[in-house]
Design a protein around this ligand. Structure first.
Ligand SMILES: Nc1nc2c(c(=O)[nH]1)N[C@H]1C(S)=C(S)[C@@H](COP(=O)(O)OP(=O)(O)OC[C@H]3O[C@@H](n4cnc5c(=O)[nH]c(N)nc54)[C@H](O)[C@@H]3O)O[C@H]1N2
Ligand SMILES: Nc1nc2c(c(=O)[nH]1)N[C@H]1C(S)=C(S)[C@@H](COP(=O)(O)OP(=O)(O)OC[C@H]3O[C@@H](n4cnc5c(=O)[nH]c(N)nc54)[C@H](O)[C@@H]3O)O[C@H]1N2
Ligand code: SF4
Ligand SMILES: [Mo]
Length: 680
């Protein structure tokens, strides 16, 4: 029997595509884009078209398993679910009794963006008094920068961009990480609009753009301030508009006067002439749409960069919305009551909060120590910064690690107890999006493969096994979805919840679309911080973190950025590319000076670790900036993966990660870690 079923992509991608699954005799044979989903518009990326291979592939974790080999070796023996739940319940209870609940650390992120499954572990971990995880690895800095500056103002729907005269892709590789936005770019260009990309390297989007402005990594703050300073000095701003629609511009203007040009030019890496051209272009293009990416926020001053860019957008009036105008970072289209998913009321006491960026520290040095680690929806051995330290923690004999996974990931190999997880095709959930304004609820498309259990089912059965009888643990998945939906803001007033539960797609009302949204809501954009007592009050130049450390700069002369790869979703799909190291882009001038040859193995090294990649000589990057796309899986044991080079240092706001702020040097092969070749 052949059936076509609707579903939604669960991956951590802004597009949250509507999809059609072809099911033949209970097996998914194909996935394609849903034509009825306005943002998806009938097509999906090549990664997801191949998803059925993953569902039935050789890497799938099919049964609960216990470790038999050394930690990290990936050797296991099959056990039954009953035995697995017994072991798990016993070990968690024992850890809690001996060391206290905080000795348990849950680690999860967004392998599955479904609201229920993503937060499924929270109720039980609250009940256990476990340490809590601050989930900061992705958009925390950008989100904090936005809300400190913009308060509750939402992003604008991407559709607005289709009528723009100028679209600015600022720190986002649209063609790779937000590919459905491209249709609005294409529509705008058909009408004569232009695309400007601001990015340290000529990425796929920059290659297809009208203008590429190569900012230095971490340089956007200086660039945005520079452009504003020009607008101010050359009297290019509409003062009537600023007075009517915004507040506090005077404070920003005062602060801009005292910023000196050599800092702004030096730190952005953009000449004044180019800044002037950008200012002029923005003024000439009242219909401008700025798509802010998360890439530019993965720096020490990432939050402040977002504050400066949103301030620039406000000075140009883009928050008003209207035809062709807007600012979008994250949709923020629906505001949910997260407690409906996480049940914090189950916690008897306040427990410590561990920032997930600090996992390496938490597993090795945190006091009192972590004795049980519960990983689900995530692959920390690959995605966490300071990877070598994370792995050192995972090899601790006195740490009990349970990993709930779909495939045998680098983290799964370190499990003491490995549990099989369903894919999104095998469970029910509700999906919103961060790149558009639709939401939907979907049913499973197929039955769970082998013995896989969803996150929700796992935690519900584990809680009951541990003897917890709170109502949260008796909820069904449908009930949890319904209770979340009932409190969701952004749903249309006439929205019928039963229709949504039955699969009707809903567009949020919560957006700055056409018309005077801010004025209509009695909101004004304020150039001073929205958070009471927040310092500094207006966007201003702050420190560049690792990139400004003279000691490290002396030893590690290259700035490395580590953006996503088109064929991976963070580390997901790594199993498809065994033996692939991934490339590192290097300017031919640097390559000549350092004796690096194209297509050859090249070793990057710093005080945290060393990694081998394949050199690609190209002028797509500038001298001094290296680019390593993609978190490929380890090829051999001693040089693991790109995050061995990145650091646990946090961003200025939101406690986010500074992935794109890594200093490295090029090492000769065979040198022991730490043995660094000096610059020539
Ligand atoms: N194919 C694919 N799609 C993905 C992902 C993936 O791994 N693969 N990951 C998904 C996830 S989880 C997320 S959060 C999003 C992230 O998607 P984006 O918002 O695009 O963020 P990043 O991918 O970190 O980086 C985007 C761009 O920022 C640039 N960049 C780095 N530092 C700076 C800087 O200082 N200034 C400026 N202007 N640019 C800088 C990088 O070179 C890169 O081209 O993508 C999602 N989509
Ligand atoms: N070098 C570098 N590092 C980065 C980034 C970067 O750009 N460069 N990006 C960072 C960003 S933005 C993010 S968001 C993080 C992402 O970090 P993670 O959220 O860890 O992302 P993934 O690598 O996609 O791993 C998700 C894992 O969850 C599993 N999974 C999927 N669905 C389910 C499910 O329903 N149940 C269970 N139990 N498991 C499931 C998948 O099989 C996969 O192995 O990585 C960060 N790390
Ligand atoms: S990964 Fe992104 S582009 Fe690909 S199907 Fe999923 S939501 Fe769509
Ligand atoms: Mo992310």
């Amino acid at each position: 029997m052949i059936e076509k079923r609707k579903t939604i992509c669960p991956l951590d991608c802004p597009d949250s595509c509507g999809m059609i699954a072809t099911v033949v005799d209970g097996r998914v044979t194909a996935l394609s884009g849903d034509r009825e989903h306005p943002n998806t518009n009938g097509f999906i990326c090549r990664k997801m078209r191949r998803y059925p291979e993953r569902v039935y592939g050789e890497h799938r974790v099919l049964y609960p398993q216990l470790r038999v080999g050394k930690k990290g070796e990936g050797k296991f023996r099959r056990i039954g679910w009953d035995a697995a739940l017994d072991i798990l319940a016993d070990r968690l209870a024992e850890t809690r009794n001996r060391f206290g609940g905080e000795a348990i650390l849950p680690y999860s992120y967004a392998g599955n963006m479904g609201a229920v499954n993503r937060f499924a572990g929270y109720p039980l971990f609250h009940r256990l008094g476990a340490s809590q995880l601050d989930q900061t690895i992705c958009s925390a800095a950008a989100g904090a920068g936005w809300s400190h500056q913009c308060g509750d103002i939402p992003g604008c729907p991407p559709e607005n961009a289709a009528d723009a005269e100028l679209i600015v892709a600022w720190g986002i590789n649209i063609k790779v990480t937000n590919m459905h936005f491209w249709q609005y770019v294409a529509a705008a260009r058909k009408k004569g609009g232009r695309l400007l990309v601001i990015d340290p390297y000529r990425n796929e989007t920059a290659k297809a753009a009208d203008i590429h402005l190569a900012v230095l990594p971490g340089g956007d703050l200086a660039l945005a301030l520079g452009v504003m300073k020009i607008l101010l000095e050359d009297n290019l701003l509409d003062r009537t508009f600023l007075a009517r629609e915004t507040e506090g511009f005077g404070h920003l203007a005062e602060s801009l006067k005292s910023q000196n040009w050599s800092d702004l030019i030096g730190e952005s890496g953009v000449p004044r002439q180019a800044m002037e051209e950008l200012a002029a272009l923005l003024v000439r293009s009242p219909k401008a749409f700025i798509r802010i990416g998360i890439g530019l926020s993965r720096h020490s001053r990432g939050g402040m960069a977002v504050r400066a860019i949103t301030s620039l957008a406000a000075a140009l009036g883009l928050f008003e919305g209207g035809l062709g105008r807007g600012v979008l970072l994250s949709a923020g289209a629906f505001r949910g009551d997260k407690t409906k998913l996480t049940w914090p009321s189950l916690a008897c006491e306040k427990t410590r909060i561990v920032n997930m960026i600090h996992l390496g520290h938490a597993l090795n040095a945190l006091q009192p120590p972590v004795h049980a680690l519960f990983v689900y929806n995530a692959n920390p051995a690959s995605v966490n910064p300071d990877g070598a330290l994370v792995r050192r923690g995972l090899t601790r004999e006195d740490l009990f690690t349970v990993v709930h996974e779909q495939v045998m990931t680098p983290t799964a190999r370190y499990a003491d107890l490995l549990l099989p997880a369903t894919t999104f095709l095998e469970n029910r959930d509700i999906y919103t999006a961060y790149g558009h304004f639709y939401l939907g609820v979907v049913d499973p498309v197929i039955k769970p493969v082998a013995e896989a259990k969803s996150n929700f089912d796992l935690f519900q059965s584990l809680a009951l096994k541990m003897g917890f009888t709170d109502p949260a643990f008796y909820q069904t998945c449908e009930e949890r979805i319904a209770s979340y939906l009932q409190r969701l803001q952004g749903l249309p007033e006439d929205c019928d919840i039963t229709e949504v539960l039955a699969g009707k797609l809903v567009h949020s009302t919560f957006s700055c679309s056409h018309g005077r949204v801010l004025a209509g809501r009695n909101l004004k954009f304020s150039f001073t911080a929205q958070t009471i007592g927040f310092q500094p009050q207006v966007a201003c130049l702050t420190n560049a973190g690792e990139f400004a450390d003279p000691d490290l700069l002396g030893r590690f002369p290259f700035r490395l950025i580590v953006p996503p790869h088109a064929d991976l979703l963070n580390s997901t799909f790594g199993e498809r590319y065994p033996g692939r190291r991934g490339e590192v882009l290097i300017h031919p001038g640097d390559a000549a000076r350092w004796g690096v040859r194209d297509s050859e193995k090249m070793i990057l090294e710093n005080h945290r670790g060393r990694v081998a990649r394949i050199a690609r000589l190209t002028t797509d990057t500038r001298q001094g900036v290296l680019v390593a796309e993609g978190i490929f899986w380890p090829v051999d044991a001693d040089d693991f993966a790109v995050n061995d080079l990145t650091s646990q240092k946090l961003t200025d706001m939101g406690g986010g990660a500074t992935f794109h702020e890594t200093l490295v040097t090029i090492a000769a092969e065979g040198l022991k870690p730490g043995g660094v070749k000096g610059s020539r």
